[in-house]
Design a protein around this ligand. Structure first.
Ligand code: GLV
Length: 332
């Protein structure tokens, strides 16, 4: 049987490539001498694309935007490596009846662990204490006292799967929890704030776990940081675009918030030199899900989505914007 073509515009991890190659004829666009010629040849009949967010594709970025999608009239599936899918214009996919899948669940606990580790590091200044010891400064004096997690309230921006896993950890650590999102969740036992600014005022840790993309760009801006206040801690494990970086730098520099723990940045892998120069913030190179086990599970889920879809069994983890079966199919 002739194998179906599957286009991978960006370098995907070895496990994804090997898994997909068992079922599809893989077209690795990033390896092609003349990508335009290859695209022109395959575009009219292409049904499947697999791609990924830049942190998982060796930093190679190829947004799946409306213009790119328009080249593939028969496209049915875009399988994304990554729980976030701000690299894909999902509205354009939905309009064309193209299903998008992502890699949720398998990375939830890992990412929540990272978020909590980042919070502990930022508030207790643990990387700074490590640097202090290595520099031999302990021989002269003990490390300065730090702020504490005790008695704090953590406001979670975006109570999705990862937000909830962080909330559970917060409760185990004795934190009060609140959340902000589009609507209250009936099964969430924590107070919901309709207005982010009100929540920022009511809490002293702001944990950002909301998807990136145009609707959340610069959501955390100067007024929100000021509402968080001078004892406030900002943790971002979502997308750098959610935070107004210059506003954050100003707030940190002027002591209008206490500190920040950041796993993501607006222009990765470039991190503003102002942040790098600040010793009291904790900066990670986008490692939220970056363990062998979790990354392998994410890779396997991309393959499983594509194989299941191509076999006519539907996607395993379609994103909310492109549900399956679609309303049209469900009523048929
Ligand atoms: C990583 O950032 C992801 O979206 O999975």
């Amino acid at each position: 049987m002739a194998q179906d073509d599957l286009l991978t515009p960006v370098p995907l991890p070895r496990l994804v490539q090997e898994g997909l190659a068992k079922r599809f004829r893989l077209i690795k666009l990033w390896e092609e001498q003349d990508p335009e010629a290859v695209l022109a040849a395959i575009a009219p009949n292409l049904r499947f694309i697999a791609t990924g967010v830049p942190i998982l594709t060796e930093g190679v970025s190829r947004p799946i935007d409306a213009a790119f999608l328009a080249r593939f009239p028969k496209l049915e599936l875009v399988a994304n490596l990554g729980v976030g899918y701000d690299n894909i214009d999902v509205a354009a996919c939905a309009a064309r009846g193209v299903v998008v899948t992502n890699t949720p669940d398998v990375l939830t606990e890992e990412t929540a662990d990272t978020a909590f580790g980042l919070l502990l590091c930022a508030i207790r200044q643990l990387p700074q204490a490590d640097r202090y010891l290595r520099a031999g400064k302990w021989l002269d004096d003990g490390f300065p006292l730090t702020a504490s997690l005790r008695g704090r309230t953590m406001g979670i921006v975006g109570l999705g799967r990862i937000g909830r896993a962080i909330a559970r950890r917060g409760e185990a650590f004795g934190l009060k929890i609140a959340y902000h999102g589009r609507r209250p969740q009936t099964d969430a036992p924590w107070p919901w704030y309709e207005k982010l600014e009100d929540m920022a005022r009511a809490c002293d840790i702001l944990m950002v776990a909301i998807p990136g993309g145009p609707s959340t760009r610069n959501l955390i801006d100067a007024p929100i940081l000021d509402a968080l206040g001078p004892q406030g801690v900002l943790i971002n494990i979502a997308r750098g675009t959610v935070v107004d970086e210059p506003a954050l730098i100003a707030a940190l520099r002027e002591g209008r918030i206490l500190t920040a723990g950041l796993d993501v940045f607006a222009h990765e892998p470039n991190v503003p030199s102002e942040l790098i120069a600040m010793d009291h913030v904790v900066l990670l190179p986008h490692v939220g899900s970056a363990s062998h086990a979790t990354r392998d599970a994410m890779s396997a889920l991309v393959v499983d989505n594509a194989v299941s879809f191509a076999a006519g069994c539907g996607p395993l983890t379609p994103v909310a914007e492109t549900p399956w079966p679609s309303r049209g199919q469900a009523t048929q």
